[in-house]
Write a protein that binds this ligand. Structure first.
Ligand code: ZN
Ligand code: ZN
Ligand code: ZN
Length: 542
């Protein structure tokens, strides 16, 4: 029986009259059956089956089908009298064909400031609200700044679609079309520019360490990956230069002591001593002081800081031991046997907190002061280099907050822009921007890739709608605002086409800089159905 059933009218997706929709089709197929029964009723059942089978086989090969009932009986298709085909509602209620059904909203035309027709911000009376509230000065200021910040999608000032209204026969039909609604809300939104980025060490926090004295590496204290603090010893160098400076120091301390004693003795016997001798003794003290200072300088250049006043107070044997291992921290001295250890050792130290990221030295190696032996990196703060598209470049400023998420998951980290390249890269057409990001949790690694978002503005009280509420009808961004009387008994089920100026957008919401007042009900899920209806009607009208 496939040939016969295929002649039944196929349901079309266009809005159908509400209740009688399926009734005529059903009754039509019933009457076809009745005719067939009448024609074939008198024949034996087997013969009927044979004829029908033959008809089906022949029809299958020639494309012939049983003619429509209406063409058989010569009647016109049954259709409700009161039905507007273009708008899918009863003719008598069609607000688009018959403006008296629902007076159009007063037409305020184009708002140059907010770049929309029917600006609800300047004319709250057009809002689909019972008691529309005038936007505040703060709202106008926010809109002004948002529009000045960056290029926004422009609506067409000549477009007439804002006058359009889309109507449903019943509230049920709205639901069947899959249209959900939600009020436009006050809410927070962040406007940001996305850019891909790569992490690197902050070069102001990378320490390249060489020995301060030429010599032979005596022992290596730290390996790659070790954590160090300022002052920690990385290696010990056996340096003849250091040995000489230490013995010079001993001599200078002794020399000063001697000249001071001589001067004191001469001063106490002042009456019998010629003035010239006293002057000579004083000069000798000054000379010894200068010599000591010079030795102090040499040692300081080797990284050894000494306090001669304190040293001079020590008993002689203790002084010798102290100077033997001068400059080495106590915990290292404890590990050294003075009998088998040279007195020429100088430490190589880190001056920052960080991790040893490179070590290019082994014990016994002869080094000079030019060779880099260690790299210590403080990765608690890193550099993020972002490639910002040239068209976004004018919105980027020093000090803006950057949120960065490494590829492959991981927590978002936050930083601030600290450097902008003065030029756009010729090849990539991007602006290189550097941000310093916090890595105190030490989850970031150098050379990681990821996506950064540069925050342009953070609004706490913007007007937002779900992203799916905003549609483009070809030249303008629009939302579909439900008529304020929609829920009232017997009210016409109408959505108004409303131009909007869109602003920031995040994963869930779009900011409406202007166009809709908070509280107005907009179509969200299924708003595409309304868009299709709008475009279809435009096509019909053209
Ligand atoms: Zn109509
Ligand atoms: Zn306006
Ligand atoms: Zn338009």
């Amino acid at each position: 029986m496939t040939q016969i059933t295929s002649t039944m009218p196929i349901a079309t997706p266009s809005p159908a009259p509400p209740s009688p929709a399926s009734a005529p089709a059903e009754s039509k197929s019933k009457s076809i059956n009745a005719i067939l029964e009448h024609v074939f009723g008198s024949l034996p059942t087997l013969a009927v089956l044979v004829i029908l089978g033959g008809l089906a086989f022949w029809g299958h090969h020639t494309g012939w089908t049983v003619p429509k009932f209406s063409s058989i009986v010569g009647a016109t298709e049954a259709k409700p009298d009161d039905w507007c085909e273009s708008h899918g509602v009863p003719d008598s209620q069609c607000v688009e064909c018959n403006k008296s059904c629902m007076a159009p909203v007063k037409d305020y035309g184009w708002c140059r400031e907010h770049r929309v027709h029917q600006c609800a911000w300047h004319h709250p009376d057009i809002a689909q609200l019972d008691n529309p509230r005038q936007p505040t000065q703060e709202d106008f200021e926010r809109a002004k700044q948002a529009l000045a910040l960056t290029a926004r999608p422009l609506n067409n000032s000549r477009c007439q679609n804002y006058q359009r209204r889309l109507q449903f026969a019943t509230a049920d039909a709205v639901e069947k079309a899959g249209i959900d609604v939600m009020p436009a809300l006050r809410g927070p939104i962040v406007e940001s520019v996305a850019a891909s980025g790569q992490l690197a060490y902050d070069t102001t926090r990378v320490l390249h360490v060489a020995s301060r004295a030429a010599g032979t590496i005596w022992r290596v204290e730290r390996q790659i990956g070790d954590r160090v603090r300022p002052g920690d010893v990385l290696a010990l160098v056996d340096s003849a230069e250091a040995g000489k400076a230490k013995s010079d120091l001993l001599q200078a301390i002794a020399g000063l002591e001697l000249t001071q004693l001589t001067l004191a003795r001469k001063q106490s016997a002042a009456s019998g001593i010629p003035g010239r001798e006293l002057q000579e003794a004083k000069a000798a003290v000054r000379e010894a002081q200068v010599r000591l200072k010079a030795v102090q300088h040499v040692l300081a250049n080797l990284g050894i800081v000494v306090n001669p006043v304190e040293l001079a107070k020590l008993p002689e044997d203790e002084l010798n031991v102290r100077i033997y291992f001068l400059g080495l921290p106590a915990e290292i001295v404890r590990t050294l046997d003075p009998q088998q250890t040279t007195g020429n050792l100088v430490p190589i130290r880190s001056t920052i907190e960080g991790v040893v990221t490179n070590r290019d030295v082994v014990p016994g190696e002869v080094v000079d002061t030019a060779k880099e032996l260690f790299v210590v990196t403080d990765a608690r703060q890193m550099w993020l280099t972002l490639d910002v598209r040239a068209e976004d470049a004018r919105t980027i400023q020093l000090g803006q907050t950057v949120r960065f998420r490494p590829d492959g998951g991981g927590d978002e980290v936050v930083g601030k822009i600290t450097w902008l390249n003065p030029a756009i890269d010729e090849k990539t057409r991007t602006l290189k921007v550097r941000a310093t990001v916090d890595n105190s949790a030490e989850t970031l690694r150098a050379f990681m890739f990821g996506t950064g978002r540069i925050v342009l503005r953070t609004e706490s009280n913007a007007v937002v709608v779900p992203n799916e509420a905003v549609q483009t009808e070809g030249c303008c961004r629009v939302v579909f605002v439900r008529d304020k009387n929609f829920l009232k008994d017997g009210a016409l089920k109408v959505f108004h086409v409303r131009e909007v100026q869109v602003g920031a957008q995040d994963e869930a919401n779009t900011e409406l800089i202007a166009g809709v007042l908070p509280g107005e009900i907009v179509a969200t899920k299924g708003s595409g159905v309304l868009r299709s209806q709008l475009l279809k009607n435009n096509l019909g009208a053209g």
